[in-house]
Design a protein around this ligand. Structure first.
Ligand code: NAD
Length: 369
């Protein structure tokens, strides 16, 4: 029973459009598409868009062809920098006319969490495929609507879980699931940072959907799931928030949670807006792996202990960095009509567990999943 559940989950996290497409078969695909790069529209020109936009330069199958911004001046400045024509510039009001732009294949939503649902629905209605930032939405119900809208439109939906495209994380997944650490027993995962400006949208409930769990703790949740390759069967959570702190009038600061998996593995997870954490550790009966930083933009480090020896364990390099690799992955899934390895359903699973974590903290009891 346990093995069946585990195997089904592993297959579920696989998907038809394999990462192998980023390797040698990429050339074959490019030839098939006459070298065409699919066009991305970037919605929201904030901090993370600044991380993403330069990464198109390394992509083989993706280019940026449109920008959506509330500021025409900013849009023009970015357009000049990234070679986007005037015909590819949109405001939030004119966004829906993107349906008439044949150079846009994929809409990439990099807006505050509370806007992901609306812009995914509008993108699907415009006949575009969607890349949506994490967390997928404010609620599981919204996530379900996003999946249904893309399905009804016959369009792909992928959630931007970049760790699935990062070399160390992929190696950690392989090691943890392969049995090389023995039988898995314990996972610990910590993600957090000391949040600043009390006026930012991340501290506004309507725009953020919640506090640290929605923004950074979701990395601990993801890690526990992708390292074990299992789905949790129950969750217990404890919240600690100083409501007199002006930053935490609407959302939580710290919410730590424990997940129990079918095989018996237990994951202890930290999620906080109070201190800096970026780490996970997987302990099995024959050894452990430790990643710190674990899910950073760069400089991730993996250590491994086996046969009584501890050593750095550099992962085999991937053809592309995590950012470009993820952009190209969706382009290739569109070209080959296959499913992304992190589809909307993957985001929905997290949203359901996140809601259970909040319920457990609120009601002071373990919640079955
Ligand atoms: P940001 O505040 O820097 O940018 C948000 C953008 O949305 C800005 O351009 C802003 O002008 C625009 N916007 C439009 N309407 C808005 C409104 N009503 N209120 C506030 N902003 C509005 O945020 P960010 O850090 O770029 O985060 C955007 C999304 O990307 C979030 O969902 C976040 O979780 C995600 N993100 C993901 C990663 C990752 O590694 N995958 C990293 C950072 C952020």
């Amino acid at each position: 029973m346990v093995l069946t559940t585990r195997r089904r989950t592993l297959l579920g996290m696989g998907g038809a459009c394999s990462l192998g497409l980023l390797g040698t078969s990429a050339e074959a695909l490019a030839a098939q598409e006459n070298g065409r790069k699919l066009g991305y529209a970037i919605v929201g020109l904030g901090t993370y868009a600044d991380v993403i936009l330069p990464r198109f330069a390394e992509c083989r199958h993706s280019r940026v062809t449109a920008l959506v911004s509330g500021s025409p001046e900013k849009a023009r400045r970015y357009a000049a920098q990234y070679g986007v024509p005037d015909s590819g510039l949109y405001s939030y009001d004119t966004f829906d006319t993107i349906r008439d732009n044949p150079d846009v294949d994929i809409v990439y939503v990099i807006l505050p969490n509370g806007m992901h649902h609306e812009y995914t629905l509008r993108a699907a209605a415009a006949g575009k495929h969607v890349m949506c930032e994490k967390p997928m939405a404010n609620t599981a119900a919204q996530a379900e609507e996003m999946i249904a809208a893309c399905r009804a439109a016959g369009r792909k939906l992928m959630i931007r879980y970049r760790s699935h495209f990062e070399a160390n994380n992929r190696e950690a997944m392989r090691l943890a699931r392969s049995g090389e650490l023995g039988t898995l027993r314990i996972v610990t995962a910590e993600h957090g940072f000391n949040i600043g400006d009390p006026t930012q949208w991340r501290l506004n409930r309507a725009l953020a959907g919640g506090g640290s769990l929605m923004d950074i703790g979701i990395y601990s949740l993801q890690a526990a799931r992708y390292l074990t390759g299992e789905e949790p069967i129950s969750v217990s959570a404890v919240e600690s928030t100083d409501r007199s702190d002006v930053r935490f009038r609407e959302v939580e600061d710290t919410i730590n949670f424990q997940l129990v998996f079918p095989s018996g593995v237990v994951a202890d997870c930290v999620s906080t807006y109070g201190s800096h954490h970026n780490r996970y550790r997987v302990v099995g009966t024959q050894g452990w792996l430790d990643a710190e930083p674990a899910t950073a933009y760069e400089g991730n480090r993996l250590r491994l202990r086996r046969e009584w020896r501890t050593a750095d364990h550099p992962a085999p390099e991937l053809a592309l960095n995590q950012f470009s690799g993820q952009l190209d992955h969706l382009s290739q899934c569109v070209m080959t009509d296959s499913d992304p390895i992190v589809p909307g359903e993957e985001g929905l699973r997290d949203m359901r567990i996140i809601e259970a974590i909040y319920r457990s903290a609120r009601e002071g009891r373990t919640v079955a999943l």
